[in-house]
Write a protein that binds this ligand. Structure first.
Ligand code: TTP
Ligand code: MN
Ligand code: MN
Ligand code: MN
Length: 452
């Protein structure tokens, strides 16, 4: 039926957290266009651009939850959060097959260079703008050779530049699960009851990600303290760490009643965490089991490419499946892992001690059996775990919507640490994600439905 989306549009709820938003949907040509315009606003990053970027993002979110393709502008009548500008872009694409604004963005070389630089770990909009507009740089080589760039002060940026080739390559789902197992194995030697969960985009069903987000906890409150320090020490002595920064917990009970504000260091929450780059054997993705899985993924991607009717998400590919890798495979991982870890890993002392860029570039370009990947390790105490899981599963837009909804509709403050009832002046405990949704009077959404 041609205008099936029209009936749906009227039924779409106001808040993103009240809807089911799948990863793949029927209007990707439209949401890709809106994302391009959103991205431009993010790169320009002027005062007025934050709300512009948000407006395009919210419009795209509304389209993502439709199960039918939009074929005329009449179809989105009544659809929430479609501003005039977004509507114009959608209308033009529906009528002409393309948007002049998106074409302009694609052909804006200065913008594309900034976008490329922003894919470097440690580079945000202001650095990217300075490199392109002031220093007239165009490539990573330009950055490496630019005498006025001295990332010695900022180690993260030096590693980001030197290892850009590795880090720009997305991490596959299989690798993410292996990394989880490697981290879990190290933690088990410290405490057999520790839990490790892959969160972020992978938990929402993505096959690739820009990093691996691991949420670590312990069923007994308090037993999680001190684990991260020891874990990092062990990983480092095995030569698995390239670079990282430890953040101490800055949480205190009073924060539950305060809105989530950035911490002084720019973090979104107050958990103890390690944010860094780990080293992994390059052969991590190449066991027979993987080729089966990869084939399935290729099939899925082909469907996506050709814009055919999408096959239903294959549930054998969901996270829960991989979280329990059989012990045989586990042994195989350990073997391949230990073999290569002894041959490739430099002792911690032989790593460049300073963040001297040219030293790091040499290391990055040397013959090596490992690749670098971004990893976030977060420690959540048992009492905050359910809220931490919701927060670290995302998406960022889903979280934003949940928090806004809780505040406006229930007069409650939601963060990754808990939920605080402002009327009764008391925190509300939850022991599972289902319970969090229940307390919020929302229909439960699987992680795969939180892709707004
Ligand atoms: P990201 O890893 O930044 O995003 P992602 O996993 O959704 O996407 P990608 O595949 O590109 O990695 O963050 C993961 C989730 O964690 C995200 O939904 C927001 C949340 N988050 C926090 O709660 N606190 C933080 O400090 C950060 C950086 C993220
Ligand atoms: Mn967006
Ligand atoms: Mn992530
Ligand atoms: Mn992350």
């Amino acid at each position: 039926e041609l205008h099936a989306a029209k009936e749906e549009s009227k039924l779409v709820s106001k808040y993103e957290c009240q809807r089911s938003t799948p990863l793949h949907h029927q209007n990707e040509n439209l949401t890709d266009a809106l994302s391009a315009v959103e991205e431009e606003a993010e790169i320009l990053d002027r005062k007025e651009d934050y709300s512009r970027a948000l407006a395009f993002c919210k419009a795209a979110c509304s389209l993502k939850c439709l199960t039918k393709p939009v074929s005329s502008i009449q179809d989105i009548k009544g659809l929430p959060n479609i501003g005039d500008h977004s509507r114009d872009i959608i209308k033009e694409i529906l009528e002409n097959g393309f948007s002049r604004e998106v074409e302009r963005i694609k052909n804006d070389h200065s913008l594309q260079k900034k976008k490329m630089f922003m894919s470097i770990y440690g580079v945000g909009p202001s650095t990217a703008r300075k490199w392109v507009d002031v220093l007239q740089l165009a490539t990573i080589e330009d950055v490496i050779n630019c005498p006025s760039i001295n990332p010695r002060k900022e180690a993260r940026l030096a590693y980001g530049i030197a290892f850009h080739e590795d880090l720009k390559q997305q991490v596959g789902r299989t690798t993410a699960m292996r990394i989880r197992d490697i981290v879990h194995n190290e933690l088990k030697t410290l405490d057999g009851e520790v839990t490790v969960e892959v969160t972020g985009g992978f938990r929402r069903g993505k096959q690739f990600g820009h990093d691996v987000d691991l949420l670590i906890s312990h069923p007994v409150e308090g037993r999680e303290t001190g684990l991260l320090q020891k874990l990092i020490h062990r990983l480092n002595s095995k030569g698995l760490i390239l670079h990282g920064v430890m953040e101490e917990s800055t949480f205190s009970e009073e924060m539950l009643s305060k809105s989530s504000k950035l911490t002084p260091k720019g973090q979104l929450d107050h958990f103890e965490k390690w944010i860094g780059i780990m080293k992994f054997p390059k052969n991590l993705e190449t066991t027979p089991q993987d080729s089966v899985r990869d084939r399935k993924e290729t099939i899925k991607d082909e469907f996506k490419e050709e814009g055919k009717k999408r096959i239903k998400l294959d549930h054998s590919l969901t996270v829960t499946d991989h979280n329990h890798i059989g012990s045989g495979l586990q042994e195989q991982i350990n073997k391949s892992f230990q073999k290569s870890s002894t041959s490739y890993s430099p002792s911690p002392a032989s790593l460049p001690s300073s963040s001297d860029l040219s030293e790091l570039v040499k290391l990055a370009q040397s013959e090596r059996e490992w690749r670098a990947s971004r990893v976030d390790l977060i420690i959540a105490p048992a009492s905050q775990y359910a809220y931490a899981l919701v927060g670290w599963t995302g998406s960022k837009m889903f979280n934003r919507s949940l928090r806004l909804y809780a505040q406006r509709e229930l007069d409650m403050k939601l963060t990754s640490h808990g939920l605080f009832d402002m009327k009764q002046r008391k925190p509300i405990q939850a022991s599972s994600e289902q319970e969090v949704f229940e307390i919020l009077k929302l229909q439960y959404r699987n992680p795969e439905e939180r892709n707004c």
